[in-house]
Design a protein around this ligand. Structure first.
Ligand code: PMP
Length: 306
């Protein structure tokens, strides 16, 4: 997935040219993975361009920073404004937005507290993450030999740069084995999440997803799907899920800002249900996209117009 130069990047309070938004090679983040970030989408609909769940993403960014004792030298409102300004400044109608907070250039060594905390916001045009047709036909996933971090190793609830070393290992292994995406287990061997997505299954018309205690990032799309499902009268269970529950599920799908709601058509080469998008997945996708496209009332207050 390329990130095409799209004009300007907000860096520590100023709009700078895309090419000039650089860091020193001795920045702490380059050596020790000390960043926290967000991935946010802005969608074009009949009323204009709207950022999806902006405040919730910015809140999670600040939570991630808090976990790592990083003091962001801005308020949440200021970062929300910076994000809106970045999209507006670049004239983007539909885009992916990447705010990142990182330990910058100052001191070397693991102890990070004397390094500055730098903040950047970039935005660029981006389509479907797992391929446009994936939303309809689904993807093939494989359970990874790499597990998600155990609870007392690294905090999975922080969306931190370093966590994605684990995701990269799982994703590379999955692609080498011919899958589109990896599914990782938690420390206890229960299903956790994808390399960059949460996971759900449908069994007898009810929805199951692993709990936060299964070493996962509490996804904002995950939360959206849970809220939509409950509003539609579909029961949602957050409980530990075994690998074989996926194999015998009627439907399964990934959720994420990038992946949106992507059906899983097979796991470890075993077809899930009918091997294509099922009716519950479709119902959730339809409602999710109706909200985003302003074809129904934004009753949850999820859209921030540019
Ligand atoms: N888990 C991981 C590891 C992720 O990287 C992401 C993407 N941010 C998600 C889950 C889904 O989170 P969200 O729906 O907030 O994008």
């Amino acid at each position: 997935m390329s990130c095409e130069a799209s004009g300007k990047i907000w860096l520590n309070g100023e709009m700078v040219e895309w090419e000039e938004a650089t860091v020193h090679v001795l920045s702490h983040v380059v050596h020790y993975g000390s960043s926290v970030f967000e991935g946010i989408r802005c969608y074009r609909n009949s009323k204009g361009s709207a950022i999806f769940r902006l405040r919730e993403h910015v809140k999670r960014l600040f939570d991630s920073a808090k976990i790592y004792r990083m003091d962001i030298p801005y308020t949440q409102d200021q970062i929300c404004d910076a994000i809106v300004e970045t999209v507006r400044e670049n004239g983007l109608e539909e885009c992916y937005i990447r705010p990142v907070v990182f330990r910058g250039y100052g001191e070397m060594g693991v102890h990070p507290v004397n390094c500055p905390v730098d903040v950047a916001v970039a935005a660029w045009e981006w389509g479907a993450y797992l391929g446009a047709e994936a939303l309809e036909v689904g993807v093939d996933a494989g359970v990874s030999t790499w597990r998600r971090m155990a609870p007392n190793t690294m905090p999975n609830m922080a969306k931190a740069g370093g966590n994605y070393l684990n995701s990269q290992l799982a994703k590379m292994e999955a692609v080498r084995h011919g899958y589109d995406e990896a599914i990782m287990l938690d420390y206890h061997g229960y299903i956790s999440e994808g390399s960059g997505e949460n996971i759900f299954l449908v069994s007898e018309g009810e929805i199951y997803t692993p709990p936060v205690s299964s070493s996962l990032l509490r996804g904002i799309t995950r939360d959206s799907v849970i809220k939509i499902a409950r509003t539609e009268g579909v029961a949602v269970h957050e409980e530990p899920i075994t690998r074989e529950m996926l194999y015998i599920a009627d439907e399964a799908f990934f959720t994420g800002t990038a992946a949106e709601i992507t059906p899983i058509r097979s796991v470890d080469g075993i077809e899930i249900g009918a091997g294509r998008r099922g009716p519950v997945t479709k119902l959730l996708q339809d409602e999710f996209f109706r909200i985003i496209r302003a074809e129904t009332e934004d009753s949850f207050g999820w859209l921030t117009y540019i």
